[in-house]
Each structure stands twice: as C-alpha cells, then as structure tokens.
Design a protein around this ligand. Structure first.
Ligand SMILES: NC(=O)C1=CN([C@@H]2O[C@H](COP(=O)(O)OP(=O)(O)OC[C@H]3O[C@@H](n4cnc5c(N)ncnc54)[C@H](OP(=O)(O)O)[C@@H]3O)[C@@H](O)[C@H]2O)C=CC1
Ligand SMILES: CC(C)CCC[C@@H](C)[C@H]1CC[C@H]2C3=CC=C4C[C@@H](O)CC[C@]4(C)[C@H]3CC[C@]12C
Length: 502
C-alpha cells in the first residue's frame, strides 16, 4: 500500500530557490557535504504522521487483527463515519445550547422520546438553509476576508520545504487582517446601532448560518478533492491510494492555491480563527443586550480574545505546525476550520448568553489573572523553540546556554538536512509542556460558566483528547524524521506532556 508522504522540514536547511506562478517556490537541487554515517544515524524519509500504516499493521497483525480489517477501518469506515457524523454533531451541539437549555441530559431525554433520527429531522426541518441572510453574511464575509488577504501588506515568509522540494511562500499579514476585521466589526456595530439594528442577529440565526456553512464546506472539500487530482498547485498532491473516502477526508493536496490564494491559510486563519473572535464579540453583545454587564462573559471574552490575538502575532509560526506541513486540505482541516471551529471554539460564550453567571470581582479577577498567565506561558514556549532555531542555537534559554540536539534527517530525494531540537527551557520540562497552559487556559475561560452543565466543558474535553492524540501523531512524525536523534531527545526529556507523570 502506498503511504502518504507529506512535508516537514526546518528553515535551517540550505537551498536555492526559484519561484513559480502559484507563489510556491520550487527548490533547485543543492549539494550536501554530510558524511555517510549520517544516513545510518537517521531514519530518514519524512512520513505522514496521521497513520503509521506499516508499523500499525504489524502491531495489529501480531494481535490477530487482519490487515484487510485495519485497511477497511482506516480507509472506509473511519472517514465515512467522520464525514457522516461530525456535521450532525456540530448542528446538534448548537441545537442543545439554544433549544435544550445547554443540557445534554435534556437532549438525551428528547432522543429517547423522539429517536435520534426524529430529533435530527426536526432540527433540520426548522432551518431555512439558503436565503438572502445566510448567503449574504457568509459570502459577504468571504469577500471581505479575501479582499484584505490580497491587499494588506506583509513580509514574505517561507514555510518549511516539503519532501517534494517545494517551499511555500506566505504573506505575513494575518495580524493586520485580524486588526482590520475587528475594527470593521466595531464600525459595523456602531453604524447598525444608529439604524436601530444589531449584529446579534447572527446569534439569533446562527443555526441557519451553520447549516449553510456545512453544506458549503462539504461541497468545497469535494471541489478541493477534484482539484488536487486534476489541477494541483504543486507536486505535493495526488491520490493517497487509500480510496475515495479516505482522500475526501484527508485531502489530495498539501498546499492548494486558487488564484494565488492559499486555501489552508484562508480556511484556518482568515476564516476559522477570525470568525472565532467575531462570534465571541457577538455573543458578548447579545449577553449585554439581555442582561447588561456580566462578569463571567467579560472574563471569558477577554481570555479568548487575548489567546486569539496571540495566535495572530505568531501566525507565521503556525505555518510550521503539523496542520500546515502534514495535514492535507481535505475534510479534516478545511471542514474542521469552516464549521467545527466556529461552532465549538466560541461555545463557552454561546452558553453564557443563556446562562449568565455572576462571579463577583475577587473570583472574576483571579480567573482572569491565572488565565492571562497561561496564555503567556503557552506563547513563551512556542516562541522559545522558534527563537532558538532562528539564532541557530547561539542564544540563552532561561539565562543559560541551551541544551541542543542537532538532529539530522533526510528528505525524499535523499538530501540530508539539520534541525535543532531544544532540550532545555520549556522544552526540557516535557516534550509538549506547552499543551498544559493551553489546556489550563481553556479550563479558566470555561470555569466561568460554573458547574451546572457539562456542555460548556465540551471544548475543554475535546481539546484534551485532540492534544493528547496530537502529541502521539507529532512524536511518530518526529521519530520517523529524526530517528536516533529523536530517541536522544526522549532520553533527555523523559515525559511527553506532564513532567514526572506522563
Ligand atoms: N486550541 C487548539 O485546538 C490547539 C492549539 N494548539 C496550539 O498550537 C500551538 C502549536 O501547536 P504544536 O502542536 O506545538 O505545533 P507543531 O505541530 O508544530 O509541534 C510540533 C513540532 O515542533 C517541532 N519540535 C518538537 N519538539 C521540539 C523541540 N524540542 N525543539 C524544537 N522544535 C521541536 C517539531 O517540528 P520539526 O519538524 O520542525 O522539528 C514538531 O513536529 C501550541 O501553542 C498549541 O498549544 C495546537 C493544537 C490544537
Ligand atoms: C474533523 C474535526 C472533527 C476535527 C477538526 C479539527 C481542526 C478544526 C483543529 C485541529 C487542530 C486545530 C488547531 C491547531 C492549532 C492551532 C493553533 C492555536 O494557537 C490556535 C488554534 C489552532 C489554529 C487550532 C484550530 C483548529 C484545528 C485546526
């Protein structure tokens, strides 16, 4: 079976570049003067971190599960279930929030009396999906985001070189885009107010918008599937060999570009990550219209907006994460950022609109402070590995010379490159220590809801699962990429996420 090879690299490998029309520069061959023993040290060729097919099959076969069953599960059953269920889940999530008082037990009671199918049917039949409002709001926002994406200035930044030898080039204008959009929202709100209108109509009709977005995103992902096969933007594309369902789920292209627009930058950053703060503001406004100032809503909004602002100041760094260098533009990432993210990530604010909690100044300010400290630690950890690599290790980490591993690895053509693995500072506490402040932060912005219902904790629970799974996925990628150098890092830094425990 053919495995998916997609890219990862550090920026420190030496190469020369030429540019093609898609804005993706293509590497011309460069020579390396590495000694031969490097090849035996590194496992070499970079592989996809999603499934360790070969290793997975071997382990499962030993335990008596046939290769065919695993293949069918990975390539047919799993993608089909994800594509079939997750759009229903995001819709039900919203429905539970607004129709069942944010209570899963009320939803389950309804399931018992009307069946799951009956509940879904009722929910969908209550929604008008295609109308001037849904089309106007969504395509209006698309036009706004695309316009600013193209016209706003930004430094040219290069993503990591892919194993096929392509270097994606981005315009680093994410932070400007975020500022312009938030300012635009403030102006729009003021203009609407003078005309007796309010943007909180988006809260009132969010079900319709989400339903429209689901339909749109499912079609869009199909078009991306076709594009990756028929008119790919780069050589990092094509069928994976896993069949239609898997390819639809996973994608057929790593860096699709349409008219020069990078699709993943658009779906992940200019849509998902920008709609999140907009929804937070809309929910906060709605809460203000209904209940006046509520401190729990204030705290959760400030924490989420600070986190998102941090994301945009670091957007160029995001171009080096597995979402961009490993995950293809398919259902998982694109539908995820178009529907899953806008529905789940701001859900604490959505819940608070109908469940206002008065925390009192001492508790509200304590939560705010520990939350802000968590964002800061998460930011500093991400920045630390980035800075050490930028300085090629010639810098101080927590006031000392950093403990570094200069890890060698090979890209697909056999060329050897070097990357730095930091084994001190935050990266010496555990291998993914930065996930702890990430999780703590979302706990702090959620705990403002109190403990009446589980529903507002859904994001937190999903995040813990996502990050734990991500740590395994990432370590599998790093282990395949760096071989014994990664083992050396694991020997130095024994724990995966929680120091001394896990
Ligand atoms: N809220 C959410 O839903 C989520 C938030 N996040 C957040 O996004 C941010 C980025 O996520 P993250 O998973 O870290 O991104 P990455 O996917 O980039 O993380 C891992 C990569 O970092 C490099 N790396 C690993 N260890 C070291 C080291 N010791 N020194 C230097 N480089 C190293 C490796 O890349 P290389 O190949 O270059 O060596 C590795 O593949 C984090 O702040 C995280 O908390 C992440 C996931 C979900
Ligand atoms: C198909 C769905 C069940 C799952 C879709 C998941 C995606 C929407 C999310 C997977 C990884 C997420 C992210 C990774 C890293 C990020 C950096 C952080 O600073 C901000 C959030 C995010 C961009 C985050 C966004 C959602 C995912 C892409």
């Amino acid at each position: 079976m053919k495995s998916v090879l997609s890219g990862c690299d550090s920026t420190d490998g030496k190469q020369t570049h030429g540019s093609d029309m898609t804005g993706v520069t293509t590497r011309s061959k460069s020579r390396t003067s590495e000694k031969k023993d490097v090849y035996s040290k590194s496992n070499g060729v970079i592989s996809n971190g999603f499934h360790g097919y070969k290793e997975g099959y071997e382990t499962l076969e030993k335990s008596g599960v046939s290769r065919r069953s695993v293949y069918l599960f990975n390539h047919f059953f799993f993608p089909l279930v994800m594509v079939g269920l997750t759009p229903q889940i995001v819709m039900l999530f919203w429905y539970t929030n607004v129709k069942f008082g944010g209570s899963y037990s009320a939803l389950i009671t309804h399931f018992r009396s009307h069946s799951v199918f009956g509940t879904l049917l009722k929910m969908w039949s209550e929604l008008s999906i295609i109308n001037t409002f849904t089309v106007g709001v969504i395509f209006g926002y698309f036009a706004w985001a695309l316009f600013w994406m193209v016209v706003l200035p930004g430094k040219e930044v290069r993503g990591p070189v892919t194993p096929k030898g392509n270097t994606p080039v981005y315009k680093d204008n994410g932070f400007l885009h975020y500022c312009v959009t938030m300012a635009g929202f403030a102006i729009l709100t003021t203009v609407l107010k003078y005309n007796g209108l309010t943007p909180t109509v988006v809260y009132d009709r969010f079900g319709e918008l989400l339903a429209f977005m689901n339909v749109f995103a499912l079609c869009f992902v199909f078009l991306l599937y076709i594009k990756g096969i028929t008119r790919p933007s780069t050589s990092d594309s094509g069928k994976t060999g896993g069949g239609f369902f898997f390819d639809y789920y996973w994608g057929t292209e790593l860096y699709p570009r349409i008219c020069g627009i990078d699709v993943k930058v658009f779906t992940n950053c200019r849509f998902g990550m920008t709609v999140w703060p907009l929804m937070c503001c809309i929910y906060a406004l709605k809460s203000y219209e209904l209940h006046g100032f509520v401190d729990s809503m204030f705290v959760t909004t400030i924490l989420q907006l600070t986190y998102i602002t941090k994301f945009f100041t670091w957007e160029a760094g995001y171009m080096h994460t597995i979402d961009i260098i490993l995950d293809r533009a398919g259902f998982y990432i694109c539908w995820g950022c178009l529907c899953w993210l806008p529905s789940l990530y701001p859900s604490v604010s959505l819940y608070l609109v109908s469940h206002p909690v008065r925390l009192g100044t001492p508790l509200a300010s304590s939560i705010l402070i520990v939350g802000l400290i968590s964002v800061l630690i998460n930011y500093l950890a991400d920045l630390q590995r980035q800075d050490v690599r930028k300085a090629n290790g010639d810098c101080l980490v927590w006031g000392r010379k950093p403990d570094l591993i200069r890890a060698k690895y090979r890209i697909e053509g056999g060329e050897v490159r070097e990357s730095i693995l930091l084994a001190s500072g935050w990266w010496g506490l555990s291998r993914h220590f930065h996930y702890i402040p990430e999780i703590l932060l979302s706990f702090f912005w959620t705990v403002t809801t109190g403990f009446e219902n589980v529903l507002p904790y859904t994001y937190l629970i999903v995040l813990v699962i996502l990050l734990t799974h991500r740590s395994f996925r990432d370590e599998q990628k790093c282990s395949l990429k760096y071989g014994i150098y990664w083992q050396e890092y694991c020997t130095k830094v024994k724990h995966r996420i929680i120091p001394f425990l896990f």
